[in-house]
Design a protein around this ligand. Structure first.
Ligand code: GLC
Length: 752
């Protein structure tokens, strides 16, 4: 007997037409009814310029296109006076005065650049992440930006993929909480508020599953993986009221996302009730010709529009062909009207018909203190302490001299990370600068050793070793320049690039403890140098205030609290490696594995454990999902589960006591994991189903309680969402790699 929970449709708060909206809905429909075909097609066009040219003069033809009603939205117009001029043309010089959307990739802060989204995921702090998006929204509106191409919520299990930097990590539960938080932050409490910016959740869908971690590559996924892993953060964003969605470059099982009807209409609209609009990614409509899916641009336009795509970014298939396609009956007027309605509905909900212009006196260009405050908080809470041998950290303020080495100690542009178009290197405070401010320049000796992160030259080594000779501790700031992650920047070898590993080894030979601080856009394989370091603080690309955040953590002014949002590979050959994997019929048995070098010569073929692992790398990750050290220690008490036998309609309560058993105040992120032991479709060995952060003083305890409903345990079995009767393991642990101490049974309707 299988218990079935019908997910009969999600009432989408914030995007569902409530009674109050009926009037404005009718107004939109009336407007569409008065528009010509050309005016309707005009609303479907997103025009503008590349990210680099965004402050140059606007070409006359763009202004003329707006005046002709051929443009519905603009991208990358970052001169406020040009925004005002173009909006005035749209509102006052066109027949219907329909205001423009002004879009920009404000992915992690505008001028006050916050840590990259993967770093923000490491905070496990949705409220803080929401505050980061809110701060960025206020800064963006000052420029007249009323639409941002964020949040990016692609689940990423492959750190070779450069865009893991922009992602919320590998887990659908954590990713969903963060996706909803970012949508709330961007759109604010009232969509019509002066500081609301329409979110555009991207890239729909499963872009993070590109084969080999190579950007833009093919995605092949079973429906169960798509729905259980990759879609939940998008659904959470839609439920939070996201006003737009961006289709992704990739195909899914042979159909490019921009013309994937089941995705764009069947799931997004019919199942989830999404009422905003879908915009293509840059040129992804005409790229369907390269995909081998569309014969020509006219076909691409028809396929995309009929699948549920509403707006075309930059390519001109809609503009050039929809009139003829309509005349030939290859697209219906109803479909066209539907697309226009969705776009106008978003403009209506943003209040643009009433207030289309930038707020007067907007401080475009300002570096707001509130934005800097939130960016710094995010940088502090996103750093993950991966290693701290002999508690070498925090560094005592009584330390003598500190040698600072490495290509990222003083790299104000690189610390901003990818997708930081509006970040300004001159606003950045580097770790070197902050350390000098904290300890006094006379106690800091700096020798980069390498000109940049990819440098293979050893010319600077002597100077670096000389600096270390007079120091009590070495801070090595290594990792990746910003260009090595982000769009189109996948790497096949994800170790520290260049000669960084060689230099770290040389420094370690001096016997002076080496503290490695990594600034990077992805998890880097550290295996080869990990044992040469005394400590590792992973700061990701922390943004404008990388320096103050990192130095406060190293000196103990702040205590590290970050937790990994991704599983950490020991070698690139382990990828894909993620915590919520299946058990297989022959799960790895670490106790039976032997090191490659210890395999006896002439070993008999079946003499090693015939289980799922790598002879040379085993199967354990370097660090598990959810892992992170603090400057204290925490102990977990016994697990309490009530009831142990659960019937439909009941909630399972799971609790324990967490105690700070160390000697420093610190923040612990407790995590609730379950394992569904048996399923009609095999289930993962772990699934995150809850988390909470507690800041505890030494000796302080907290009782942690989670409530699990049966819907929380549901999964998509290929046909429907179900929670099957049977036994579940459960645990409250500090990361994904701990045993689950508890059990409960779901009895279903008639027992099981
Ligand atoms: C890019 C990216 C997308 C971005 C868009 C506009 O190619 O894929 O994330 O929002 O174009 O810049």
């Amino acid at each position: 007997m299988r218990f079935w929970i019908g997910v009969v449709g999600i009432i989408v708060s914030g995007a569902t037409v409530g009674v109050a909206d009926v009037g404005s809905e009718q107004r939109v429909l009336d407007l569409v009814g008065r528009m010509t075909l050309a005016e309707k097609i005009g609303q479907l066009n997103l025009r503008g310029r590349g990210s680099t040219g965004s402050t140059a003069e606007i070409p006359d033809e763009l202004a003329e296109a707006v005046r002709a009603g051929s443009v519905g939205a603009l991208i990358n117009i970052m001169l406020p006076e040009e925004v005002d001029r173009l909006q005035r043309i749209a509102v006052e010089e066109t027949s219907h005065g329909i205001p423009l959307l002004f879009g920009r990739d404000v992915i992690h802060g505008l001028h006050a650049v916050a840590p990259i989204p993967l770093a923000q995921a490491a905070t496990w702090n949705p409220a803080l992440v929401e505050a980061g998006a809110r701060a960025a929204a206020v800064d963006a509106r000052a420029y007249g930006i009323n639409w941002t191409f964020a949040p990016m919520v692609d689940i990423a299990r492959d750190p070779r993929w450069g865009r893991i930097a922009e992602s919320v990590g590998e887990d659908p539960f954590l990713g969903s909480r963060l996706a909803a938080a970012m949508v709330r932050g961007w759109q604010g409490r009232s969509l019509r508020g002066p500081m609301s910016v329409a979110a555009c959740v991207k890239h729909f869908a499963a872009y993070g599953a590109v084969e080999g971690g190579r950007d833009y590559n093919t995605v092949s996924l079973p429906e169960t993986e798509l729905r259980n892993i990759y879609l939940p953060p998008f659904r959470a964003a839609v439920e939070a009221g996201a006003l737009s969605v961006m289709s992704s470059f990739n195909e899914i099982n042979g159909i490019p996302a921009s013309a994937h009807r089941r995705l764009l209409t069947g799931i997004l609209r019919d199942e989830w009730g999404f009422e905003g609009f879908v915009v293509s990614d840059w040129n992804s409509v005409t790229e369907m010709i390269a995909h081998g899916f569309s014969r020509d641009e006219a076909s691409a336009a028809a396929q995309a529009l009929e699948a549920g795509l509403d707006m075309e970014m930059m390519s001109r298939a809609f503009e050039d062909h929809l009139t003829d396609l309509r005349a030939a009956g290859r697209v219906s007027m109803a479909t066209l009207d539907q697309a226009v309605t969705r776009i106008l509905r978003v403009k209506q909900r943003l209040g643009l018909f009433e207030q289309p212009y930038r707020e007067s006196g907007s401080a475009a260009g300002a570096l707001r203190q509130e934005s800097l405050r939130v960016a710094r908080r995010l940088a502090v809470e996103s750093a993950v302490l991966l290693r701290n041998e002999g508690r070498v950290l925090p560094i005592s303020s009584q330390v003598g001299r500190v040698a600072v080495v490495g290509p990222l100690a003083d790299a104000p542009r690189e610390q901003l990370g990818t997708w930081s178009f509006d970040g300004r290197a001159e606003d950045s405070v580097s770790p070197l600068e902050s350390l000098r401010q904290s300890l006094g320049a006379e106690r800091v000796v700096f020798a980069p050793g390498l000109e940049h992160s990819r440098s293979t030259s050893r010319e600077g080594f002597a100077e670096a070793l000389q600096a270390v000779a007079s120091a009590d501790v070495v801070l090595f700031f290594g990792g990746e320049e910003a260009i090595l992650s982000g769009e189109a920047h996948s790497r096949a070898d994800i170790r520290l690039p260049g000669a960084q590993q060689v230099l770290i080894r040389e420094l370690a030979k001096t016997g002076t403890p080496v503290i490695l601080v990594v600034l990077a856009g992805r998890p880097l394989v550290l295996r080869e140098i990990l044992d040469e370091t005394a400590a590792v603080l992973y700061a990701w690309h922390p943004g404008t205030l990388a320096g103050p955040a990192i130095i406060d953590l190293l000196l103990g002014v702040e205590s590290p609290s970050g937790r990994l949002p991704v599983t950490w590979p020991r070698g690139v050959g382990q990828i894909p490696v993620y915590y919520n994997h299946k058990n297989t019929g022959r799960p790895p048995q670490p106790e039976r594995m032997i090191a490659l070098q210890e395999i006896p010569k002439g070993a008999w073929q079946s003499s090693l454990s015939n289980t799922s692992h790598y002879l040379d790398l085993g199967m354990e990750p370097e660090f598990p999902f959810g892992f992170g050290l603090t400057y204290s220690t925490f102990t977990y008490g016994d697990l309490e589960i009530q009831p142990r036998q659960v019937r439909s309609g009941q909630t399972v309560t799971v609790s324990t006591t967490v105690t700070n058993s160390g000697d420093a105040t610190a923040t612990e992120t407790v995590q609730l994991y379950v394992r569904d032991r048996v399923g009609r479709r095999t289930r993962p060995v772990r699934e995150l189903k809850g988390f909470a952060r507690y800041r505890l003083a030494p000796g302080e305890s907290e009782t942690v309680t989670f409530a699990l409903t049966l819907q929380d345990l549901a999964y998509f079995d290929g046909d429907q969402w179900v929670t099957e009767p049977g036994e579940f393991e459960v645990g409250i642990t500090p990361n994904a790699d701990r045993p689950l101490a508890g059990r409960f049974a779901f009895l279903g309707e008639n027992g099981y």
